[in-house]
Every structure is written in C-alpha cells, then in structure tokens.
Design a protein around this ligand. Structure first.
Ligand code: SF4
Length: 327
C-alpha cells in the first residue's frame, strides 16, 4: 500500500512501537479554567459543553458530577475511569484485533488540578492496563515546572509521554477574538517548559478561524516550523451548535472553509512543517447532529485520499518548503 507524502500518526506509532497501537481516550472529570466563571467564563467561542470529549463518551458515559479546582483537588471516580478503559479496549479488540494501548486524557484541560491530584488520576488510569504511553491534552496556562516534572517522571518509568497543547493560532488578535484566554507568548512559555524535559509535544491548530486565511495560517505555521513540535493536530473550522461561533455564523458574520479550501491550507502547512513532525490529524470529527456547519464537509477518508492524490500529483511532500519557512 502506498504511503502518503507526510508522516502519519499511524506510521509513526508502528515504526516506534513495532506493532499496532491504539489510543484509549478517557474523560477523568477535569474542567477547563477558560470555562470557569470569573475568567473568560464562556470558554473558546467554538467550544461546546463536551470540551473536546471523545464522541463515544458523550453517548455512553455521563460526565462526573465533580470539579477539579477545589482545595482537595480532583475527586477521582475510579469506577468510571475503569469502565471507559475497559470499553475502549474491548472496542479495539472487536474492531481491530490485538494491539498495544496509550492512555489518552482528552476531554477539557487535563493538567487543571494540583500536582498531587494529577498524580493520583494518572496513576489510577495507568494501573488499569499495560499501557505503552501517556497522552495528556491541555492548555498553555495549565502548565508549570512542577506539572511538567510529574509528566516527565512517567517517561522515566518507560512510558512514551506526549502533551497535546492547544494553540489554534499564533495571532494574539485571533486568540482574543475566539476567547482562548491565553496569548501566543503563554503558549511558547509552556512549550519551552515541556521541551526542557524532553517531553513530546503535539500542537492543536484550527485552520479558517474568523479573520484568518492562508497568510494568517502560514504565519502560525512559521512559528511552529521554528519550534519544531513533535506533532500537530489540524482541525478544519467547525461550528458546533449552541456555541458563540454558531450564533456568529447564523448572523452571517463568518464563513466556513470548504473542503477544497481546507485541503489547500493543509498542503501549504505540511510543506512548511519539519519532515519529522507527526501529522496526527487533519480534520475534525464532530458528529453531524452536533454541527451547525459545515454540513457537507467530506468524510475523513475522502479528505485523506484526495489530499494524498493531490500532493503526489503536484510533487508535494512534507517539509518541501521547511527551510524557507524558518528564514
Ligand atoms: S480550552 Fe478546550 S475545553 Fe477549554 S474552553 Fe477552550 S475548547 Fe473548551
């Protein structure tokens, strides 16, 4: 089978671990400081009530009735965590056969608790199966030296540790417009803290944010090309129902890129990213029933196959313009 002209996550995992590796996404009950009253409050303008929770958890597992910002830290619902791990692993066995697993704390901000509470939650999750790795998604303003040291300690135990850091855009005006509640400098500070501990870093980006076209996206990509993250996750702009951008969209205040336009953004970005950066995701997979727009975006498989065909036809490949991007 032919390989796409960029480094996919599945190829990276196979080469790194020598077998099929799957991510077990869990919701451990963390919250997000950007949704907490007293801060920006409403959260990012595109954030729905699930805070990037895995879609299958929305259907099968209720959110814990807990917060994680109290003096006692995060109350752990070990039963729920165990159910989520068990169900995910049995799902992968049924659909993909045997493999190895990475524990992925995905929903909301998974370092948003005191360090001892984080240790308790990560340890509890990791004890539930023989995991190869630990992935933790979070925000730049939820990281400090102590939390980074904790994450690095799991690497010393032999786990591959990745931290997924939300940036979306390196433009402060865009970050303000979408209510991210942090700046590009906050992101770089968190990035440096993680990098100094040799933790793997994946950066989340959204292409087609309000006020952003190709030039703005390439400015963000140049920042990343300089920082050389280990991975990127790219989303097309999606407009979940009931969000701030859904009401902007209804009023005609923003346009959502078509699949063709997103494809052009993605090719331009991949060509400028370092050849070794893992391209972990290229589109979002919000279920259609939750989306106000786009309603007619291509299925993921069609986007990937069109991208591969298009890149090969153009002689395009990851990193082709990397050296010019960092000048
Ligand atoms: S950081 Fe994530 S969970 Fe928090 S408001 Fe933004 S999208 Fe929602």
């Amino acid at each position: 089978m032919s390989e796409p002209p960029y480094l996919t996550y599945s190829r990276y995992l196979k080469e790194r671990h020598g077998c099929s590796v799957y991510r077990v996404a869990v919701d451990a009950g963390f919250t997000c400081p950007n949704r907490t009253a007293g801060r920006a409050g409403a959260g990012c303008s595109y954030c729905d009530a699930n805070g990037s929770r895995a879609p299958y958890l929305s259907r099968n597992e209720p959110r814990f009735p807990v917060g994680c910002t109290g003096a006692d830290g995060l109350p752990l619902d070990a039963g729920s965590l165990q159910r989520q791990v068990r169900e995910a692993i049995s799902f992968y066995r049924r659909t993909h056969g045997e493999g190895e697993y990475i524990l992925y704390f995905q929903a909301y901000s998974n370092t948003n608790a005191p360090v001892e509470a984080l240790r308790r939650v990560y340890d509890a999750g990791l004890a539930m199966a023989a995991f190869r790795g630990l992935n933790v998604a979070t925000r730049p303003d939820c990281l400090d030296e102590e939390k980074a040291d904790l994450l690095a300690s799991y690497g010393e135990r032999g786990l591959e540790v990745w931290v997924e850091l939300g940036l979306q855009s390196a433009d402060d005006a865009t970050l303000k417009r979408i209510g991210r509640g942090h700046t590009a400098a906050d992101f770089e500070r968190a990035f440096d803290i993680l990098r100094s501990r040799q933790l793997k870093i994946a950066v989340h980006l959204i292409f087609g944010l309000p006020g952003e076209g190709l030039n703005e996206i390439l400015r963000t990509i140049r920042v990343l090309a300089r920082l050389r993250p280990d991975g990127v996750k790219i989303h097309n702009l999606h407009v979940p129902k009931g969000t701030v951008i859904a009401s902007e969209y209804r009023k005609g205040e923003l346009a959502v890129p078509t699949p063709r336009r997103h494809l052009e953004y993605v090719i331009a970005a991949i060509e400028r990213l370092p050849p070794e950066t893992v391209i972990m995701r290229l589109t979002c997979d919000t279920p259609l029933e939750k989306l106000a727009a786009p309603r007619d975006f291509w299925p993921k498989e069609k986007f990937h196959s069109t991208l591969e065909t298009e890149m090969k036809a153009r002689g395009s490949r990851q990193g082709r313009l990397f050296s010019s991007a960092i000048q």
